[in-house]
Unconditional design. Structure first.
Ligand SMILES: *Cc1c(COP(=O)(O)O)cnc(C)c1O
Length: 360
């Protein structure tokens, strides 16, 4: 067996142990004589899988009792519409911070449902930082403030949060959830697609404060209303059962590793040494403001873009895959989520040093 180090931004690597456990259980889950893929979502076996996954996620993130966890479909992109559909009617307007490509998508969808105030933007600096919170132009009558705490494409992360008073913060945590401890009660809603740091594609997790459920207008489609999914324990229709099960295996894996404080330590170490390798060699650069550099997505450019193809070619020979940067940024991007072993980052750094020595 040879598994590569896959630096894809998503779908991303899963822990090998998790895939092996799924492999062992694939034909017969726990003596049921069935694959999880074949089970009724209403049967007692799947209900046990589903509720154990939720309980483990709640434990990992210390989710308070007044928050619901919804296991949905449609990806984070569907939340760009579900959030305003469920919350915008409160006042008819919302604040959005514009810090990168994913914020922009959330903003253009939000505009379909009400007045969008861009409360902060780093677009003029090329999305290389998060504007200082004391410069934010927040509206006191916003239904919510939407932020993207980790911009997956630009590799930009928030340090701290703006003080929004009573206005709930809605956070697209698709590429940072579970990378470190998070104080859930700082947020009204946290949403994330699973395929970056949780499990396979097809599952979308929404953590929502109870009082924000049931506020959608009458025209909100039933299946886009948080209340529908809350009432039905995320089984208003057939949920993505296999992805839910695999997410549950990842939650157990994270608990075995010591939970999110342990992950934070490893993630910080992985990111620091990669940034040190970039900063320590003029051959490489990263344009993001130091305090906003992402732990999860590390873009870097080579001194000479003509060498990109040969860099990628040589990387592939060492099993370092999917390092090509997003087309809007160019260069390289190493996504180093929880499941990327430290050895993968070490191998990449060694390769970067060797490549620069040969071509610099
Ligand atoms: C990947 C990503 C999305 C899109 O997620 P889908 O699940 O593919 O819809 C949205 N926001 C952020 C921050 C992302 O990283």
């Amino acid at each position: 067996m040879s598994r590569v180090f896959n630096f894809s931004a998503g779908p991303a690597m899963l822990p090998t142990e998790v895939i092996q456990q799924a492999q062992q259980e694939i034909l017969d889950w726990n003596g049921s004589g069935m694959s999880v893929m074949e089970m009724s979502h209403r049967g007692k076996e799947f209900i046990e899988i589903a509720s154990t996954a939720e309980a483990d996620l709640r434990e990992l993130l210390a989710i308070p009792d007044n928050y619901k966890v919804l296991f949905l479909q449609g990806g984070a992109s569907t939340q760009f519409a579900m959030v305003p559909l469920n919350l915008m009617d409160r006042t008819g307007k919302a604040d959005y911070a514009n810090t990168g490509a994913w914020s922009k998508k959330a903003i253009s969808e939000g505009k379909r449902f009400g007045e969008v105030n861009i409360c902060a933007s780093s677009e003029e600096d090329g999305f290389n930082s998060v504007p200082a919170f004391d410069s934010w132009n927040l509206s006191s009558d916003a239904s919510y403030v939407h932020i993207t705490p980790n911009e997956t494409i630009g590799g930009v992360v928030y340090q701290g949060l703006p003080d929004t008073g009573d206005v709930p913060i809605v956070a697209d945590m698709s590429s940072t959830i579970l990378s470190r401890p998070t104080n859930v009660s700082d947020y009204g809603i946290i949403y994330t697609g699973a395929q970056k740091n949780i499990g396979p594609a097809g599952l979308t997790i929404v953590i929502v404060r109870e009082d924000l459920i049931g506020q959608a207008g009458d025209s909100c489609p039933t299946m886009l209303n948080y209340a529908t999914h809350d009432k039905a324990d995320s089984m208003a229709n057939t949920p993505p059962t296999y992805s839910w099960y695999l997410a549950g295996l990842v939650f157990k894996w994270l608990k075995d590793k010591g939970g999110l404080s342990a992950m934070a330590e490893i993630n910080e170490r992985k990111a620091s040494k990669l940034y040190a390798a970039i900063d320590g060699n003029d051959f490489y650069s990263n344009p993001v403001a130091i305090q906003n550099r992402s732990w999860m997505n590390v873009p870097f450019i080579l001194k000479d873009a003509d060498l990109d193809a040969s860099f990628l070619e040589g990387a592939k020979e060492l099993g370092l895959m999917t390092l090509k940067g997003h087309r809007s940024v160019g260069g390289m991007r190493a996504s180093i989520y929880n499941a990327m072993p430290e050895e993968g980052v070490d191998t990449l750094i060694q390769y970067m040093n060797d490549f620069a020595a040969k071509n610099g």
